[in-house]
Design a protein around this ligand. Sequence first.
Ligand SMILES: [Zn+2]
Length: 167
Amino acid sequence: MTARLDCAAARASIHAALDVPGMGLDARTRAHVAGCAACRELADGLAELTAALAGVAPLAFPEDDLAAVWRRTIDAAHAARPAVRRRSALVLRAAAFLAFAALGAWAVVTATREPEPGPAELARAASDLETVLRLAGRALDRGREVAVDDAVRRPFAYIPIRPERRP
Ligand SMILES: [Zn+2]
């Protein structure tokens, strides 16, 4: 095994250990890091960065910013497209947002299954889930409007209702 390969394996192990909170380096990697200045620098730097990030309080995505993103994406696309394509595009977007929300919820559930997540990880996961749920809520509201419009209002617009003529 060459020294270069050892470094590559050690670095992979250092990165993998960071993915699991509280896991730490295994004995083989610790031994490599003790004797390799470059890998020690990487491990120390990443540990310092991880500790600094864990100390940052999660920020809630501000409602105004969420609304601005919505206006610039969903509403802008809505205004720019012809009416018929607009509807299917909106439904597809709503479905995409719901898929995104489901994926986000799954990611949070998976993340919380890791051994002993710290309060910072839990707070961040809760904050991310809150943002995902707010986006999903908007998508559901919009999807409901489109569904009601398609199922109720539009069909009646095509039914030729004329007043009966009575003798
Ligand atoms: Zn090394």
